[in-house]
Write a new protein. Structure first.
Length: 418
């Protein structure tokens, strides 16, 4: 009889622990608080020692000066009293004075000499304090810059990441303090963001293929069925309805995919003239504008920006299409202008149309939102046009502003950096 098979062995436990290793003595970790405490405490101690040494030397000099005799007795044929610092004592030789006046003169001279020594000590101490203050501020500024230099490195990396370079890492080396912990945490976050964006791009690519293929097959089958002249009228009418629904679904898919792609920053940039982009958009909408009786006008001056030409063309196309479709029934117009103002490229699209309340302007840029309706339900689009415009403008470092026109219509103003 065959023996029973051995039960499967349990998988080995992972030997790598994702948690950060703990130091055996965490209170000995060279944190920034400890380093700054030692630094500023040491600077204060050194400055105090220098100041005390200077004051000691100045006081010793003042005491040495003050210990000099106030007067000296000179002899000759007669004894006289002479003083270099107290002229009043020297004057006693010419006219004898009582002993009390002589003692008063000596006391007054002592007071004068003591006050002169104190004034000299104070002035020199103030000069020494001023010099030490200048040195302390300069040394403190240099040391603060050295301590905060990792923050500058983190800021530069964050600014580079904001420019869509997710491959940058800080990789801060040095003591295991709070700044290194912050840099390592930031690097981990960037790693996760890069993986998330890579997965998103992969998903967008796969979804683009998986969603477009069945819609394209449906459109082909419907067009083949509609091309049959012997098809019943009811079947042709149903085919046209399904074809319009399929076309709307294709537009929705294209809009969603474009919105997902344009949410990221533009990595590969090339010179693009907004005037040329606007002219191409007008050419595509020209037939629809003529059928609706809308005139397109405006002066388009050269305004070259760095960006993606396809996405920038979608900005102009969406704005011009909306301006044509949401217009007045008669004598409508659309004005498309490009120019450079204050170092920025500006695309302005104005049109006549229904009156738009100012409080509903922000809702127009939300996906699937229209004026006075929250869901798409008309044949004018899928409700993603202005959302795509705002997303693409932000991806290029610009922004869009909408303002109601007096008498109806809107003024759309897209500003992009040169």
């Amino acid at each position: 009889m065959a023996s029973a098979p051995a039960p499967p062995q349990a998988p080995p436990k992972p030997t790598w622990d994702p948690r950060r290793p703990q130091a055996p003595f965490p209170w000995l970790r060279p944190t920034i608080r400890i380093r700054l405490t030692l630094l500023y405490g040491g600077m204060f101690l050194i400055a105090g020692i220098l100041l005390l040494s200077i004051i000691y030397l100045l006081a010793a000099q003042a005491i040495s000066t003050g210990n000099q005799p106030l007067f000296k007795i000179v002899g000759g044929t007669s004894i006289r009293v002479s003083s270099d610092n107290c002229p009043a004592i020297t004057a006693i030789n010419s006219s004898p004075l009582p002993l009390s006046d002589f003692n008063d003169a000596i006391a007054h001279c002592v007071d004068q000499q003591r006050q002169a020594a104190l004034d000299n000590l104070l002035s020199r101490s103030l000069l020494a304090l001023l010099g030490l203050a200048v040195i302390a501020f300069a040394f403190g500024y240099a040391m603060a810059g050295r301590v905060l230099s990792p923050l500058g490195r983190i800021t530069r990396t964050a600014r580079a990441v904001a420019g869509s370079d997710l491959s940058r890492r800080i990789e801060l080396d040095g003591p295991d303090d709070e700044l290194k912990e912050l840099a390592d945490t930031f690097d981990d976050m960037l790693e996760r963001l890069q993986r998330a964006f890579t997965a998103q791009q992969r998903f967008v690519g796969n979804a683009s293929h998986e969603l477009r293929t069945p819609l394209a097959i449906n459109r082909t089958l419907l067009e083949v069925q509609l091309s049959d002249p012997e098809a019943p009228v009811e079947l042709q009418q149903l085919g046209k309805t399904l074809l319009a629904t399929n076309e709307r679904s294709e537009q929705l898919v294209e809009g969603l995919l474009l919105l997902a792609r344009s949410d990221n920053q533009i990595v590969e940039r090339k010179p693009v003239d907004l005037a040329e982009v606007a002219s191409q958009a007008i050419d595509q909408v020209h037939g629809e504008a003529e059928s609706k009786g809308v005139k397109i006008r405006g002066e388009r001056r050269p305004a070259v920006v760095q960006g993606n030409g396809v996405l920038l063309e979608r900005i102009a196309l969406n704005l011009v299409q909306n301006a044509v479709r949401y217009n007045v029934p008669e004598d409508g117009w659309v004005e498309v202008a490009t120019e450079v103002q204050h170092g920025q490229a500006v695309l302005t699209v104005s049109n006549t149309g229904p009156v738009v309340p100012a409080y509903e302007i922000d809702n127009l840029f939300e996906p699937f939102r229209r004026l006075r309706t929250e869901r798409t339900g008309s044949d004018k689009g899928v409700g993603l046009g202005l959302s795509i415009v705002r997303s693409v403008a932000r991806a290029h470092g610009g922004h869009i502003v909408a303002q109601p026109r007096e008498g109806g219509g809107l003024v759309m103003r897209v500003t992009l950096p040169l």
